[in-house]
Ligand binder design. Sequence first.
Ligand SMILES: [Zn+2]
Length: 176
Amino acid sequence: MAPRPFRLGRARTGLGIFATRPIKKRTTIAEYRGKMLGIDAALKAEKSGNRYLYEVNSKWTIDGAKRGNIARYFNHSCNPNADTFVRDRRVFIRTIKNIEPGDEICYDYGRDYLKNVIGLENCQCSRCRKRRAKQRAEARERNARKKKRLAAAAAKGVKKTKKVAKKAVKSRKTRR
Ligand SMILES: [Zn+2]
């Protein structure tokens, strides 16, 4: 593999990996390195809160928690520009889009991780942030329309109540 075309940098969720030069689609850029754990050891590591476990297959999991494993810094995205592939029980990260310098390089950690570790509503990837911003804007618009409707209804209501009040006064008088 050629020298790294990326660097470690500040991302929205801590650290992340950013391209330092253009990278062509389908370039293998890193390996997810770590100790190979069997099923029991992997379960134990998971229970102790290790978030850098990569399940290679039904038997083997890579413990990528060590700092030397640069690949542990790739963040999750629901709209990724990279993915991972396994070859001879080794895991590699490869681009799936052409990448520009400065782009954060992310891959999809998978539905289980998103649901159980990140939380569906906590995902900070660009797609989820855009989606939530759109939802917030739509909610604001709905609220503004509702307020307008209520204000209009209230204005009509004031006129009605005045009439009703007059009638009430009259009826009280007639009753006396
Ligand atoms: Zn997301």
